[in-house]
Design a protein around this ligand. Structure first.
Ligand SMILES: Cc1cc2nc3c(=O)[nH]c(=O)nc-3n(C[C@H](O)[C@H](O)[C@H](O)COP(=O)(O)OP(=O)(O)OC[C@H]3O[C@@H](n4cnc5c(N)ncnc54)[C@H](O)[C@@H]3O)c2cc1C
Length: 606
């Protein structure tokens, strides 16, 4: 079995860097201890080895396909989703009272990270099902919870498969959800008639679906224009009749998008109510749909970042293995002579190949740490009521970054992995090209990088009069202060500290532009701002990793080998030298008075 993730690193990040055991003291989670969590993660790793990884390549080579009104997916998908239900993966973080395991979301993310590194074409089915079930249990009438949620969490509907989706996108409304046209008309029995098209719906339909519960955004007739007039509906593929049998709900599958990556994961075009027979059940209150949907979208954003980190992890281990086996070229001796006598060397000995390996490792481990950091904030927010606003502010700030950094830099990491294989990297016999294609979607769905960047600069930085940003910077400053006390880390901590005035200077340049009402100009380089802040946030994660590794080395912590701990410190230094140092030039571009991208400045040319 090829390696696609490293359990030791995952444990180190969860229990040592992010101190999961402190969270477990909390009443909500105190049924678990380190041992039970490690057992759970090991069962997920075994399942991933036995069921997910073996069909990863096959799912790409024989993609999901639409024919005769049905989407055909890999034949093992049905059993896999039911098995995920049995393992408790779908309902991992749900309350016990609802049929979940009540595990911290941090553990759930770690489990999905393992599964996605093994096969990123499958966990989305369970992830979206859990997200849809969470929306129903949070905001819908209890009777809908009782009808749908237990089946969704078990992954089963009368022996067949049950899953959930998020139905937002329409042909004319992708990034701009205010233009949603899908309509809902109130009927005499209090339900709604749904009509419209939804496109790009992940897990939207397939041959094994005993039922699929769509969480769909639509506009009730007469609702206000824009986002204030959008409502949320439960629209099952099959509705439950009074005698409890399932009847067709007029949801037609019009096709499956054929994609460059994640080809085994179906992406449906769905038509609702073509025969005026599609029933939808309102979730919560009218016109509050987008507000509710943000719960699922925010969770999904963290999940997309996690997918990016997982693919980058798998690509790293695949390229590492290749670099340890492939011989090519000679090592350079002093004076530039080639070491002909020794014969060809393993390519892992060439500094440029080592640079590409370290870059991948620095990006994927930094990204994984960021995902765990965000999920720890989430777990604290829901379990520490007295202090939940503090954790909420931190999570708000980190969410767009946690989606974007692993997606964008993950692409760079996988690209470097592919480069390590030389010509073979470009060939179908080797897996790197699949990772390269699969990871490409991460910076597009769940809000593109452009949209996440607008959220970060246009909303989060300004939110609560700058309190969100201030809270985040204070959190980083705490880590910096801790790092400065350690001789081994002093210089690294200082390098991170030196970034903070750059952020302040950049905002001192941008905020007056916003105050003048020149909003388009203010956000014109939001994506560059995201890139620089993302790098700072991950540098902060690396400093945390460095502090933990350094402390463990000092105390000769036997839980981890000295070579692993030293490698963490080395990779931290790599990140600071090769990645963080680039930030100065990015901030300089943002602070430049020369704005070249506004529509009225220059017509787009021939
Ligand atoms: C494989 C796949 C699976 C998907 N799964 C789902 C799903 O399960 N459910 C669902 O509802 N949707 C799903 N989507 C849809 C996905 O979320 C959208 O494709 C995405 O949000 C972008 O919308 P769009 O494709 O309409 O592009 P557009 O919105 O047309 O964007 C095109 C470009 O313009 C930029 N842009 C647009 N508006 C702005 C702006 N205001 N400011 C700056 N730049 C802007 C974008 O960043 C992008 O670069 C999926 C898509 C794919 C490809």
């Amino acid at each position: 079995m090829a390696a696609y993730f490293n359990m030791e690193t995952l444990k180190f990040l969860m229990f040592n860097v992010h101190k999961l055991e402190e969270l477990l003291l909390n009443e909500r989670y105190n049924a678990f201890d380190k041992e039970s969590i490690l057992l759970f993660l090991q069962s997920v790793a075994d399942f991933s080895d036995q069921d997910l990884y073996p069909i990863f390549k096959e799912m790409d080579e024989k993609p999901a396909k639409f024919s005769e009104g049905k989407i055909h997916v890999h034949p093992k998908i049905k059993d896999i989703l039911i098995k995920q239900g049995e393992l408790g993966i779908i309902g991992a973080s749900f309350d016990e009272a609802m049929g979940g395991l009540q595990l911290p979301a941090t553990v759930m993310h770690a489990a999905y990270f393992i599964m996605e590194a093994a096969n990123n074409h499958i966990p989305g089915y369970a992830g979206l099902t859990a997200g849809a079930a969470h929306l129903i249990s949070s905001f819908a009438d209890k009777k809908y919870h009782d009808q749908y949620v237990p089946n969704m969490l078990s992954g089963e509907w009368s022996g067949t498969m049950c899953s959930g989706t998020m139905c937002l996108s329409e042909p004319q409304a992708g990034s701009g959800l205010s233009d949603i046209k899908c309509s809902a008309k109130l009927t005499d029995d209090g339900t709604y008639r749904i009509k419209g098209h939804k496109i790009f719906i992940s897990g939207g339909d397939h041959e094994f679906a005993g039922n699929i519960i769509h969480l769909l955004l639509a506009r009730i007739e007469g609702a206000p224009a824009g986002t204030k007039g959008i409502s949320l509906f439960i629209v099952p593929k099959y509705k439950i009749s009074p005698d409890q049998t399932l009847v067709d709900n007029d949801v037609i599958t019009a096709g499956d998008f054929q994609k460059m990556g994640q080809r085994g994961y179906c992406t449906a075009h769905l038509v609702f109510g073509d025969n005026d027979q599609c029933t939808g059940y309102l979730v919560g209150e009218e016109n509050k749909g987008l507000l509710y949907m943000f719960q699922m979208m925010n969770d999904a954003r963290i999940a997309v970042g996690r997918g990016g980190a997982a693919i980058a992890s798998a690509a790293y281990y695949a390229s590492l293995q290749y670099a340890q086996e492939r011989q090519q070229g000679r090592r350079l001796l002093s004076g530039g002579r080639k070491d002909e006598a020794a014969g060809p060397t393993l390519i892992i000995n060439h500094p440029d190949v080592r640079r590409m390996l370290f870059l991948q490792k620095a990006i994927y481990e930094g990204s994984l740490s960021l995902i765990l950091q965000s999920s720890i904030y989430h777990d604290r927010e829901i379990s520490e009521k007295e202090n939940n606003n503090h954790w909420n502010l931190l999570l708000e700030f980190l969410t767009p970054i946690t989606k974007t950094y692993p997606s964008e830099k993950g692409k760079l990491a996988v690209d470097n992995g592919l480069q390590i294989l030389g010509g073979y990297g470009f060939c179908a016999d080797f897996i790197l090209q699949q990772y390269y294609r699969d990871i490409r979607i991460m910076s597009i769905y769940e809000g593109t990088t452009g949209i996440q960047s607008l959220d970060l600069l246009g909303r989060k930085v300004l939110m609560e009069n700058g309190l969100v940003l201030k809270t985040m910077l204070a959190e980083m400053q705490n880590t910096i202060s801790e790092g400065k006390m350690d001789e081994r880390l002093m210089a690294t901590a200082k390098e991170l500290e030196d970034q903070l005035p750059l952020v302040e200077a950049t905002l001192a340049h941008l905020i007056p532009i916003a105050m003048k009402g020149e909003t388009e100009k203010f956000v014109s380089d939001a994506t560059l701002f995201m890139e620089a802040i993302g790098t700072i946030v991950v540098a902060w994660q690396w400093l945390k990793i460095g502090i933990t590794a350094s402390n463990a080395l000092k105390s000769s912590d036997a839980a981890f080998s000295a070579s692993m701990l030293k490698n963490k410190l080395h990779t931290m230094r790599f990140f600071y030298k090769y990645e963080l140092a680039r930030n100065k030039s990015i901030f300089k571009i943002i602070q430049s008075d020369e704005v070249l991208t506004l529509a009225e400045d220059e017509a787009f040319p021939d």
